[in-house]
Design a protein around this ligand. Structure first.
Ligand SMILES: NC(=O)c1ccc[n+]([C@@H]2O[C@H](COP(=O)([O-])OP(=O)(O)OC[C@H]3O[C@@H](n4cnc5c(N)ncnc54)[C@H](OP(=O)(O)O)[C@@H]3O)[C@@H](O)[C@H]2O)c1
Length: 248
C-alpha cells in the first residue's frame, strides 16, 4: 500500500476532508487545497504543515463558478505537474421542502453536488489519463442509493454522481487510474449539525481513516462505516409499492 505524495483536495474545509488531509500530512504528502474561504485555507495550510505536510498550496474556488474551478485546477497542475491523487469532498445538504418550492434552491443543490464535481472530474480525468496512473476519490453518499421523499434532491445529485463515477472508473481503468466512490452514512459534521444524533452517526475522523485506506488500496467503492453496505442493500430491496408509503 503506497500513499500518494501529491494530492489535490476540493472542499478542503469540509470536516471529513480535513480529517483525511491530516492523515496525508502525517505521511509527509504535499497538499493542494481548494475551498471558498481564503482565510480558512490559509489557516488549514498552516495547521497541515505543522502536522507534517511537505508542502501546502491553496486556491480559492466556488462550486457555482466554473471559471474558478478551471483556474484552481490549472494552478494546481502548474504547481504539481506530477499530481498523483485527488479527493473531491465539497457538498451541501439542502432543505428538501425548500427544494420543492424554490427552483433556484433545487438548481443550486444539483450544481454543487453533481455538476461542479462532474466538471472537476472532466479535467482531472484528462490529467490522469495522460499520466497513465493516479487516484481520484470522490465523496458521494448512501443517499444516492435510493430516492427518499425526505431528501431526494440531494439523493438524486449524489446518485447521478455515483453513476458518473462508475462510468469514469471503467474509462480510466485501462489508463491505470483508480476511481474511488466513497459512500458515507450519517457523519457528525457541520453539514448535519441541525439533525438529532443517534447511534448511526460516525465521527469524521473514522470516515477519514476509511477514505485514506481505500485510496491507498485502490478500492472502487466503499461504504463508510462498512455496515452501510448492508443497510442500503436492505433499503434497496424494499418493493416500490411499500417504499412509497414509508415516511422516510
Ligand atoms: N455529513 C454527512 O452525514 C455526510 C454523509 C454522506 C456524505 N457526505 C458528503 O461528505 C462531503 C463532506 O461533507 P461534510 O460532512 O464534511 O460537511 P461539511 O463539513 O459541512 O463540508 C461541506 C463542504 O462543502 C463546501 N461547500 C459547500 N458549498 C460550496 C460551494 N458552493 N463551493 C465550494 N465549496 C462548497 C463547504 O465549504 P465552506 O467551508 O466554504 O462552507 C465545506 O467545505 C460532502 O460531499 C457531503 O455531501 C456527508
Amino acid at each position: 500500500m503506497r500513499s500518494p505524495k501529491k494530492i489535490l483536495i476540493f472542499g478542503a474545509t469540509s470536516a471529513i476532508a480535513y480529517e483525511t488531509a491530516k492523515l496525508f500530512a502525517r505521511a509527509g504528502a504535499s497538499l493542494y487545497l481548494c475551498a471558498r474561504s481564503k482565510y480558512e485555507l490559509e489557516r488549514l495550510a498552516f495547521d497541515l504543515q505543522v502536522r507534517g505536510a511537505a508542502e501546502v498550496r491553496i486556491s480559492v474556488f466556488d462550486a457555482l463558478d466554473d471559471h474558478s474551478i478551471t483556474a484552481a485546477i490549472d494552478a494546481c497542475l502548474e504547481a504539481f505537474p506530477d499530481l498523483e491523487a485527488a479527493l473531491i469532498a465539497h457538498g451541501t445538504l439542502p432543505d428538501q421542502r425548500l427544494c420543492e418550492t424554490d427552483q433556484s434552491e433545487l438548481r443550486k443543490v444539483i450544481e454543487i453536488n453533481f455538476t461542479s464535481v462532474a466538471v472537476i472530474l472532466h479535467w482531472l480525468a484528462l490529467h490522469f489519463e495522460e499520466r497513465g496512473s493516479g487516484t481520484i476519490a470522490v465523496i458521494s453518499s448512501v443517499a444516492g442509493d435510493r430516492g427518499r421523499q425526505s431528501n431526494y434532491a440531494y439523493g438524486a445529485a449524489k446518485g447521478g454522481l455515483t453513476i458518473f463515477l462508475q462510468g469514469l472508473r471503467s474509462r480510466l481503468a485501462k489508463s491505470n487510474v483508480n476511481v474511488l466512490t466513497i459512500k458515507p452514512g450519517f457523519v457528525d459534521t457541520p453539514m448535519t449539525a441541525h439533525l438529532p444524533k443517534n447511534f448511526l452517526f460516525a465521527r469524521p475522523d473514522r470516515i477519514a481513516e476509511g477514505i485514506y485506506t481505500a485510496m491507498r488500496r485502490g478500492k472502487d467503492v466503499v461504504y463508510l462505516p462498512f455496515f452501510w453496505r448492508w443497510i442500503m442493500l436492505a433499503v434497496k430491496l424494499i418493493p416500490e409499492r411499500i417504499f412509497k408509503k414509508l415516511k422516510v
